[in-house]
Design a binder for this molecule. Structure first.
Ligand SMILES: Cc1cc2nc3c(=O)[nH]c(=O)nc-3n(C[C@H](O)[C@H](O)[C@H](O)COP(=O)(O)OP(=O)(O)OC[C@H]3O[C@@H](n4cnc5c(N)ncnc54)[C@H](O)[C@@H]3O)c2cc1C
Length: 465
């Protein structure tokens, strides 16, 4: 539980990370060697390191993290840990209709294993097996939710529809018209920074060497190996390199066409008083998101604050990322206004915590994998805002690419195929702006998608957070 008296620190990247990270692992200095070097200490990098060691305990694995473990999206997100590997079932059906049943089964197995790992390792990350609810906050969304429950059932996903009255018994808002609840086999809620901290210790306990405050600036092929250079002039020679730098992957030129970094913003309130909590209900404590193209996600923290995030998805031209983009007052104001529209009974509630983080968006909204440098460099990125659970599965794919190239799951089309690339600037900024404009218009027009979106849907290309 976070201490209630914790003071918001404007220089910190958020509520979860403040006070959570413990000892700093030493920066890489001089020249070192290892079998596998993992660049990026988020969920992808840490799960990869853990699964490599679990498969081969003799491997020498080092993780290089430019800031602190969990500094990126992994320590800043909403903490919805979902079984989907495809940014939701609907997106999975759209892209991989012949494979989606297998992907759904893989995703549920992955979530079950993730929860079992957290329990077996004793990781305190406030994991709550609550499930998650999608709510309609406009009448036109109600039929869509009801119909989707039937579609999901065909794919083995059990969702429960709540009409307005039934929903009001779960969560009280004048604007929620209906809801669709997924159970804990589909979504669990957790404190992401505490999970990152737990994975850091699970890695260290297996013999992984972690170097924090160590930024990789280049990789080059050497005879039978890859040499990584860091910003301080240290080098690491590895048989194999894993790039797990997510929305920050612009440092590696060959990944730039695959993704756009999109900033997503979050507010966290003061703890609710018992009366305030009673006024919203929310006894099952499930995570909730609303059903528009521009959507909010919201949840209770372990100490009964409300986290409320989403809606704006901000692209900064040139794939720009950096701490100067973590604060966006106009988005925070909009989020507050929208929160009190949903929960007018909480007017007066303060949101002292506010931050943003970069999401690695691909044109098909799910992870993509690949190798280069003669198969000695492997990358995984692109979860597009739904990577808390999927990053563990991706770490398993990366492990298989390195240690077990005949593994069945490497035959999946989702693993083998590549998303449609984003164009270079200035066309990239123009494309993103046009799609965002159309998504907002579709929400205003009762969900009807215009020509641009329908064309992109038809060729399997899109933009999301
Ligand atoms: C605000 C927000 C809310 C979100 N909400 C949810 C949610 O509720 N549920 C969900 O499933 N997903 C959510 N996501 C997405 C989810 O957090 C990510 O998909 C997931 O954390 C990605 O993990 P990762 O390890 O690939 O990336 P990251 O966690 O970003 O890790 C990449 C790491 O690489 C490091 N790095 C970068 N460049 C270098 C370099 N050159 N050298 C060394 N290190 C480097 C970074 O410092 C960073 O720590 C959200 C994301 C954001 C930003």
């Amino acid at each position: 539980m976070q201490p209630a008296a914790m003071i918001p620190d404007p220089s910190s990247p958020g509520f979860w990370l403040t006070g959570t990270l413990d000892s700093v692992e030493p920066t890489l200095r001089g020249a070192a060697r290892c079998d596998v070097a993992v660049i990026g200490g988020g969920f992808t990098g840490l799960w990869t390191a853990i699964q490599l060691l679990d498969a081969d305990p003799g491997l020498r694995v080092r993780v290089l993290e430019m800031e602190r473990v969990g500094f990126g999206a992994s320590g800043r997100n909403g903490g919805f840990c979902d079984a989907s590997l495809t940014h939701g079932l609907a997106n999975g059906i759209a892209h991989f209709p012949h494979e989606i049943r297998q992907l759904e089964a893989e995703g549920r197995r992955n979530l079950g294993e993730l929860v079992a790992f957290v329990e077996a390792e004793g990781i305190d990350c406030c994991l709550e097996k609550t499930g998650a609810m999608s709510v309609a906050d406009h009448p036109h969304q109600v039929d869509g939710l009801r119909e989707f429950a039937d579609v999901a059932a065909d794919y083995g996903v059990s969702l429960t529809f709540f009409d307005r009255k039934a929903l009001a018994a779960e969560i009280r808002s004048p604007v929620f018209e209906a809801g669709l609840l997924a159970g804990p086999e589909q979504t669990v809620m957790l404190d992401p920074a505490k999970l990152a901290r737990g994975l850091k210790h699970a890695s260290l306990g297996r013999g992984v060497t972690i170097h924090e405050q160590t930024r990789a600036v280049g990789v080059e092929r050497r005879a039978g190996a890859v040499r990584i250079r860091t910003s301080t002039g240290a080098t690491l020679l590895a048989q194999h390199v894993v790039v797990a730098t997510s929305a920050y992957s612009g440092w590696l030129g060959r990944l730039q066409r695959l993704f756009v970094p999109v900033y997503d913003y979050v507010l966290v309130s003061d703890p609710l008083t018992p009366d305030q909590l009673a006024s919203v209900g929310w006894q099952r404590r499930m995570g909730i998101s609303d059903a528009g193209n521009q959507f909010h996600y919201f949840r209770l923290t372990a100490d009964d604050r409300i986290l409320w995030g989403g809606y704006d998805a901000v692209y900064h031209p040139g794939n720009r990322v950096g701490p100067d983009l973590d604060q966006r007052p106009e988005t925070f104001k909009r989020l507050e206004r929208q929160f009190f529209r949903a929960f007018p009974q909480l007017i007066g509630l303060r949101f002292p915590w506010r931050w943003g983080g970069a999401i690695d968006t691909t044109s098909r909204f799910m992870a993509t994998f690949g190798q280069s440098l003669g198969g000695r460099l492997t990358y995984a990125l692109g979860y597009t805002g739904l990577g808390v659970g999927a990053a563990r599965w991706a770490g398993g794919v990366v492990r298989d690419l390195i240690l077990d190239p005949d593994a069945d799951r490497l035959q999946l089309e989702m693993v083998r195929s590549v998303p449609f690339p984003f164009p270079p600037e200035p066309a990239r900024s123009l494309t993103v702006a046009a799609v965002q404009h159309e998504l907002a218009r579709a929400d205003e027009r009762g969900g009807r998608r215009g020509l641009l979106l329908r064309t992109l849907d038809a060729i399997g290309v899109g933009f999301d957070s």
